[in-house]
Write a protein that binds this ligand. Structure first.
Ligand code: ACO
Length: 378
């Protein structure tokens, strides 16, 4: 057997062949099925982009209308799922609630028919349609309120914001939210996608695939960083405090949340678009003092860490956009999951098309022939 060098974090080791998305971390390029994200953000919708990623091509008018309609008709969740969610503790993190709810969906759709295209389509539709409903339902129920039913006359993003806030959203806010979902939907072999593919490779059901990926996305080194960015900006509190804060953290060898990326060595192209979206919101609804702190932070971090290729990542400005929309901080990562579910499902489908179970190796560095010491002698 070929012996490979051990790479912590599997850095640089290909885990799959994939035609879903492409990143050039030096040039700051991200493409979905070959199309630059700047173009999709300007011209597409989240549902169309999800279709593109999962089925490989942009849909025709008829295909798009059919997919939109299927997703629209599957937004409701079963009352048993709602009742189960009502029993979750209000203090629990919404990502944990989402992981449990996504896994529970699998209990209701336990037939596993992975070779049947209709089963694949139904699962894709159900997951994309119900994940936002589950996120919004938990948000209302943890405040002691009944969840709001989805509204069929609203598009995907407007409906989510409606279910969350119990009122129809502003049109610009809904459009910007939809673009945020496009920017978060897919990003090559990141930790949660790897987790999804490993789970998929065992030929389990797609609900288990999504639940395992949600669990992985929640960590602070991955999707959870967007929450910590806001906490960090709150802690800094003023533009004058930025430099001392950054210097102290670097001195203590602590990470600055929302900066750095395994692949990008320039500013994340998604952060550039998100910053512009944040500015559009501030123009319409008034500024945010945390934006001034964030901009100063970007300047100071570039000065200190730019030589290491450390720049803002996708999580740095997304929180400011969601904050301006009045979304609570601990929903930022579940919103990331609402988007990323389509990317995970594209990888699920691709994995199934040429599956081999993941079974890597390890470099054993433990003992051999160790004696068993009787309990009384230990
Ligand atoms: N702040 C300060 N220094 C950093 C940061 C940061 N955010 N990120 C990397 N560095 C430094 C490290 O200290 C290290 O320096 P050294 O070589 O002098 O020891 C060097 O850059 C390489 O860092 P690693 O942690 O080895 O890089 P890795 O590729 O393993 O990690 C990661 C990437 C996890 C994103 C990292 O940059 C990080 O922890 N960032 C903060 C958390 C964050 O924002 N995560 C969201 C990422 S985007 C996403 O998942 C959606």
């Amino acid at each position: 057997m070929m012996v490979c060098e051990y790479k912590p974090g599997l850095e640089g080791i290909p885990a799959a062949q994939s035609s879903i998305s492409y990143v050039d971390g030096q040039k700051g390029i991200l493409e979905y099925r070959g199309i630059r994200i700047e173009e999709l953000a300007a011209k597409s919708t989240f549902i169309e982009t999800a279709y593109l990623l999962i089925w490989g091509e942009l849909p025709t008018k008829e295909e798009l209308a059919a997919f939109e309609e299927e997703v629209r008709l599957h937004r409701r969740i079963k009352y048993r799922i709602r009742d189960m969610m009502k029993c979750f503790p209000e203090s629990g993190h919404p990502m944990d609630a989402l992981q449990a709810s996504a896994a529970a969906l699998g209990l209701f759709y336990s037939l596993r028919d992975l070779h049947n295209p209709a089963y694949i389509r139904d699962s894709v539709v159900r997951l994309i349609a119900t994940i936002p409903t589950m996120v919004a339902a938990f948000q209302l129920m943890r405040k002691g309120n009944d969840p709001v039913k989805p509204r069929d006359d609203l598009d995907y993003s407007a409906n989510f914001l409606y279910m969350l806030n119990e009122k129809e959203p502003d049109a610009l806010a809904a459009k910007i939210f939809d673009i945020c979902l496009i920017l978060h939907v897919e990003h090559t072999m990141n930790a949660s996608t790897f987790s999804a593919r490993v789970t998929a490779s065992t030929l389990t059901d797609p609900y288990a695939v999504v639940a395992s990926a949600v669990g992985t996305l929640g960590g602070p080194l991955h999707g959870g960083a967007n929450e910590e960015v806001i906490q960090m900006l709150e802690e800094i509190g003023s533009v004058e405090n930025v430099r001392p804060y950054v210097e102290e953290r670097l001195q203590n060898k602590q990470k600055l949340m929302g900066f750095g990326h395994r692949v990008y060595k320039v500013k994340d192209p998604r952060a550039i678009i998100l910053q512009d979206l944040a500015e559009q919101l501030f123009d319409k609804f008034g500024g945010d003092k945390y934006y001034d702190i964030a901009q100063e932070m970007e300047r100071v971090v570039e000065e200190k860490l730019g030589h290491k290729g450390i720049y803002p990542n996708v999580d740095f400005y997304s929180g400011l956009v969601y904050r301006k929309m009045g979304i609570p901080t601990d929903l930022f990562t579940p919103i990331f999951a609402i988007a990323r579910v389509a990317g995970w499902l594209a990888h699920w489908k691709e994995q199934l098309a040429e599956n081999r179970i993941f079974r890597p190796t390890q470099v054993y560095n433990g003992k051999h022939e160790a004696p068993y010491i009787p309990l009384e002698q230990r």
